[in-house]
Design a protein around this ligand. Structure first.
Ligand SMILES: [Zn+2]
Length: 425
């Protein structure tokens, strides 16, 4: 059955907006998106749902379904029971959907099982494309440095969200384990991390032959590799190995940007976590509390530089704690828009980073999503004002009037202004 949505403004995800536009969808797919004046006679006869501004459902391309509460640390990730983490994550997924994020790229978490639960209808959640475990080296960002290695490696090999692999053979096996679990993308750490205990974000992790083996193994299954990296050496190692996305990219410089453009790589800058940590320094390991501001400042410059030199950006936040109102809690994904605009993107480019560019972070596995165009998923979001004039509207779940996933209305504000229909699903 066909449904019609009329909007004062259509923001199509790719390209400029259309004033007085309409989307017609059926069976979970968009059939028509364009000026209302150009509707066919048959579609003109449909009773519309009226909204102010309509855009594609949003993508957060860097989240973690980790289910941790309290301080974020690799130790907490390891010690949180899996069943508890998944139960918390169900709520987190529902929160993200109500915030307008209909697609999530889980770069280390329980997303594979959650995606299955959503597909089978156990709960109504966003589409989830998960990396399953994060792959890293001994002593690297996926290690828990203060625990005996034996304790860390055992659970890491059987479950949890972190995986340790060293040498080409173990790296290949680690990729196969993620594919076996249903991973849609592979995540590897090519530099240290801020929240791990001992390693340094500036240092490269993994040798190039290990990284190339990971990329090659993933590519045989048509998966791309997302590289967590902060330092320049780690970014260049990710580029050389053929990774598809740079996650964070703190020390990205001109050379990194130009080589990323040459290889059609993308940057997922995750500015939200930098801002959250900058304003909550107690969440950082003590060694970082004095130095983090400088790192965050460097990162801010890198986003603008990458954008100016033509690197494609996708919106990601690195949100992933299950506290209901913490700085890294679910539902705050839309705060990334303002950060991207501050770094130099236009509001339209920021929207594009969260819509049309989202599926591209999955390479050949990217679905037809993130655009208002025929044949694309009818994942849609309506807000109560023009988001290109007021980008902050996308950060406020109370300003979202409707969220549709596969054409089904999954969230509706109780007083949607101008809405003349009942439910459209
Ligand atoms: Zn992350």
């Amino acid at each position: 059955m066909k449904h019609r949505i009329d909007a004062d403004l259509l923001v199509p995800g790719s390209g400029g907006p259309t004033v007085n536009g309409t989307v017609v969808h059926a069976g979970g797919r968009i059939l028509y998106a364009g000026p209302t004046a150009e509707l066919s006679d048959e579609d003109r006869a449909l009773t519309p749902t009226r909204v102010v501004a309509l855009l594609p459902g949003l993508w957060d391309c860097h989240v973690h379904f980790a289910g941790v509460r309290g301080r974020v640390s690799t130790e907490e990730l390891m010690l949180t029971p899996e069943a508890l983490a998944v139960a918390r994550s169900v709520k987190d997924a529902e929160t993200a959907l109500r915030a307008g994020f209909t697609s999530l790229r889980d770069l280390g978490g329980y997303g594979c099982v959650l995606a299955e639960a959503v597909r089978e209808g156990t709960f109504v959640g966003p589409r989830i494309y998960s990396a399953n475990q994060v792959i890293g080296q001994t002593g690297g960002h996926t290690d828990v440095h203060r625990l005996p290695l034996r304790w860390v490696t055992d659970p890491c090999r059987s479950g949890g969200t972190l995986c340790i692999a060293d040498g080409v053979d173990e790296c290949v096996r680690a990729v196969r384990r993620q594919l076996r679990a249903g991973a849609e993308v592979i995540k590897v750490c090519t530099s240290g991390g801020v929240l791990s205990e001992v390693d340094n974000p500036v240092h490269q992790q993994y040798r190039s032959e290990e990284l190339r083996a990971i990329v090659t193994e993933a590519a045989r299954a048509e998966r791309v590799v997302a590289a967590h990296c902060h330092g320049r050496a780690g970014i260049l190692a990710a580029i050389d190995a053929g990774c598809h996305t740079v996650e964070h990219g703190t020390e990205l410089d001109e050379e990194c940007a130009d080589r990323m453009v040459e290889r059609d790589m993308m940057l997922v800058p995750t500015r939200t976590i930098y801002e959250a940590l900058r304003h909550n320094v107690s969440a950082l390991p003590p060694r970082w509390r004095d130095r983090f501001d400088a790192m965050a400042e460097r990162h801010h410059r890198s986003i603008g530089l990458a954008h100016r030199r033509g690197v494609r950006l996708a919106l990601g936040t690195d949100l992933g704690t299950s506290d209901r109102d913490g700085p890294l809690s679910w539902g705050r994904h839309g705060s990334e828009f303002a950060h991207l605009v501050e770094a130099g993107l236009s509001p339209l480019e920021a929207v594009e980073a969260a819509t049309a560019h989202g599926p591209a972070t999955l390479g050949p596995r990217g679905p037809r999503s993130g655009r208002l165009a025929p044949g694309y998923d009818a994942d849609l979001l309506a807000v109560d004002t023009d988001p290109l004039a007021e980008i902050a509207v996308l950060a406020d779940p109370h300003r979202l009037t409707h969220v549709w996933k596969s054409g089904e209305l999954v969230h509706r504000r109780s007083t949607a202004p101008g809405d003349t229909s009942d439910r459209s699903c």
